[in-house]
Design a protein around this ligand. Structure first.
Ligand code: MRU
Length: 325
């Protein structure tokens, strides 16, 4: 399958994730304006892919600057706009800054892209090892929220990568997929990716997740993250917190899989993480009376003490370690 994001002839080529699963269309992005628009409307999304898009965005901006004779100030302003296109996932602003500081930004961006696949496979295997230690004895029923597969992450994904590793070890019974309102990344993207991989899954309403967990229908919850604060608080797609509370209530593991680049030691705790507020229309749709106002926070914060473990490409950090360090 096409990667979520690639660099071809000085352009960014990306799967338009707003059209899946009904249409598979590639975007050919040649300018920073096009890139910023694609990020804002979630054609390109998911924290690690946003990081890669930020890195490639710097390469793209440098090419455009040379073509159009931009001043250094104009280039800086364009990079700032890319970095702030979505505020919650730390990967985006971090990779823009890191790539902009590199001697050869294009080479640095391509190296970043290259690393993605191996990194996600390592994280997936560590996560599967951890879950099999915590929940031994039978194929697992795993609940997940949002979309954390190759579309969001490059390679296998984060939480969905862990699920794929369990599947490949014949240790997975099925996946419960939260639909993930309001933009349905679970229903549209996760179900599509699981279908492509031949992994058995059931789609559930977000509001059904706590009830199903309480009834014993899931052995573990695995999600991704957009930013992990220094104290271990986790920002992820809105709805994650209620799933974590339900997991704690039921006494099942709540595991977060995310690359080290999603950890943000400069943000002390969840309350300092900027939470993206998106357009009301995404929530009201055609159902609510015209003019209804909405509070459309795209992410929530799960406090560190609800997190059983954070799995990265290098380590499994159990919550006691996260909290003390
Ligand atoms: O708004 P989105 O679709 O970019 O939100 C994505 C998520 O919340 C993911 O869980 C997170 O970025 C981790 S992706 C591996």
């Amino acid at each position: 399958m096409e990667p979520a994001l690639a660099w071809r002839d000085g352009h960014i080529v990306a799967i338009d994730q707003t059209l899946l699963p009904h249409e598979f269309r590639l975007l050919d992005i040649a300018t920073t304006v096009e890139l910023i628009a694609a990020i804002k409307r979630l054609a390109i999304r998911g924290a690690p892919v946003l990081g890669a898009a930020g890195a490639l965005g710097v390469a793209l901006a440098h090419r455009q600057a040379a073509r159009e004779g931009w001043s250094a100030g104009r280039l800086r302003a364009e990079l700032d706009q890319i970095a702030s296109a979505r505020p919650t996932a730390v990967n985006l602003s971090r990779e823009v800054a890191a790539t902009a500081a590199a001697r050869d930004p294009e080479a640095a961006a391509l190296a970043h892209l290259e690393k993605g696949t191996a990194l996600s496979i390592a994280m997936s295997q560590l996560g599967a090892d951890f879950l099999l230690r915590r929940c031994p004895g039978r194929p697992l029923r795993v609940l997940t929220h949002c979309n954390t597969g190759g579309l969001a992450c490059l390679g296998w994904g984060s939480a969905l990568g862990v699920i794929r590793a369990l599947h490949e070890r014949r240790a997975l019974q099925h996946v419960l997929v939260d639909e993930t309102r309001p933009l349905l990344q679970g229903a549209r993207l996760t179900c599509w990716e699981l279908g492509q991989l031949g992994i058995e899954h059931r789609l559930i309403c977000d509001s059904a997740a706590p009830f199903l967990i309480a009834r014993g229908e899931a052995d573990a919850v695995v999600t991704g993250a957009d930013r992990i604060a220094a104290n271990g608080d986790v920002a992820n797609k809105i709805g994650t917190f209620s799933v974590a509370l339900a997991a704690r209530h039921a006494g099942i593991p709540f595991v977060v899989a995310a690359p080290e680049s999603t950890m943000d030691p400069d943000t002390p705790s969840g309350e300092h993480i900027p939470i993206e507020l998106r357009a009301a229309a995404e929530v009201t749709g055609t159902a609510a009376p015209e003019g209804t106002s909405a509070l459309n926070y795209a992410f929530d914060i799960t406090p560190a003490d609800l997190v059983t473990a954070v799995v990265t490409e290098r380590q499994v950090i159990e919550v006691t370690t996260v909290r003390s360090g």
